[in-house]
Write a protein that binds this ligand. Structure first.
Ligand code: ADP
Length: 381
């Protein structure tokens, strides 16, 4: 081979080698770049899945929340509203102008104008509901509004307030009587000792009343945190004992009392609280029955339940008062209740004991004819 040919062949081979190396590099670069693209795509997909999951969890939380969450954008349009918004603010607004009640809209507008957080309590609808709006401006000129229905909270607060006011009033009356009687006794000691026994008796009566109110209040507050259901209680024995305890007061009141309670299944619960229940119902039946009337106490069992019926031929309860007689301090005839030593707490105690034992209490009454209280408790297996 001629030199030129040799050189030419060698050159061509060299080019071929270089070309082959270049091609391989290009292939591997393309491969790497495709791997990078695959990785980027996988990362993108993972991020998408994570974002979807995050959104799903967020939507789930927001849609199951009791509080309404409302996001109002810069242009006063509703950007987001969870399901609770439609429940609290009906109809669900699509813009700030559609927010009702008006007091809430005004508060939101004010908070946007001043770029300040605000909280507002508004009364709305029939029956009345109370809504609390907590308004927070965001960095991008939007406004986040959290709407809570605080009706139940307000009702509990008002029940608590009424209870404190009633309890204070109930305690103040005998306390004032005691003070008056004590002062009279002090002056009578030097001026007219003959009146002392009368005022001493008043002192004794009012002190007993004070102590009954305090004792009922203590029972009630204990029962509000439940009854200890750790005994197998023979309710028939309790009913018979309580019947005996009331024989004398019934006779004094001229009221006939009969008790039937034999061979009844046991009840799981607290004997102390169940005795309180029986005592309050029998005591009421005697106190609200005129001389010559009758009280029947009957304990039976019926389909897995123990049934205590206390029936009197007494004054009866007007039908408009029936739904309220289990409320604390509610009395139909205030004067009669006081005269006969009532505290207005007895039926509230009865209801708590029945419910603490998984039972219920019902009442039927006819004015001037008499009343029937029925307590049903589950019999223990
Ligand atoms: P009180 O201490 O005043 O008797 P309760 O809570 O035991 O309070 O009863 C509430 C009210 O229900 C009573 O004031 C009375 O007006 C009415 N009441 C309860 N039991 C009877 C009954 N057997 N007959 C008629 N009225 C009753």
């Amino acid at each position: 081979m001629e030199l030129a040919a040799i050189v030419g062949a060698a050159g061509a081979a060299g080019i071929a080698v270089v070309a082959s190396v270049g091609w391989r590099r290009a292939v591997s670069a393309a491969h790497r770049s495709s791997q990078r693209a695959d990785r980027a795509e996988a990362t993108r997909r993972e991020q998408q899945v994570a974002a979807d999951e995050e959104r799903r969890v967020r939507d789930l939380i927001l849609s199951t929340m009791h509080d309404g969450i409302l996001l109002i954008g810069r242009d006063a349009e509703v950007v987001f509203a969870n399901a609770a918004v439609a429940r609290h603010l009906s109809p669900a607004p699509t813009s700030l102008d559609g927010v009702l009640p008006l007091a809430l809209r005004t508060a939101i507008q004010g908070s946007r104008d001043r770029a300040e957080s605000a909280s507002v309590l508004v009364e709305t609808g029939v029956p009345t509901r109370w809504l609390r709006g907590t308004i927070t401006p965001t960095a991008d000129d939007a406004t986040l509004v959290v709407v809570q229905d605080v009706t139940q909270e307000r009702q509990l607060e008002s029940v608590r307030r009424d209870f404190v006011a009633n309890a204070s009033h109930e305690l103040k009356t005998p306390a004032a009587s005691i003070q008056a009687a004590a002062e009279t006794i002090r002056t009578a000691a030097s001026e007219d000792p003959s009146v002392i026994p009368r005022f001493a008796a008043q002192l004794e009566r009012e002190a007993a009343r004070l102590s009954r109110i305090v004792s009922d209040l203590l029972d009630l507050s204990r029962l509000e945190s439940g009854s200890a259901l750790d005994e197998s209680v023979a309710l028939d024995a309790i009913v018979r004992d309580e019947g005996e305890r009331f024989e004398e007061p019934a006779a004094e009141a001229g009221v006939g009392l009969s008790v039937r309670a034999d061979g009844i299944p046991r009840v799981r619960g607290s004997s102390r609280d169940l005795a309180l229940l029986v005592r309050n119902l029998v005591d009421n039946a005697i106190r609200y029955t005129r001389p010559g009337g009758h009280v029947d106490v009957d304990l039976t069992s019926d389909d897995g339940e123990v049934v205590l019926a206390i029936v009197d031929t007494g004054l009866g309860i007007p039908s408009r008062d029936l739904p309220r007689i289990f409320e604390r301090f509610y009395r139909v005839d205030r004067a009669r209740s006081r005269e006969t030593g009532g505290t207005g707490l007895g039926l509230s105690i009865v209801k708590h004991v029945a419910e603490n034992h998984g039972g219920r209490v019902e009442v039927t009454s006819e004015l001037g004819q008499g009343t029937r209280f029925e307590v049903r408790l589950p019999a223990s297996a």
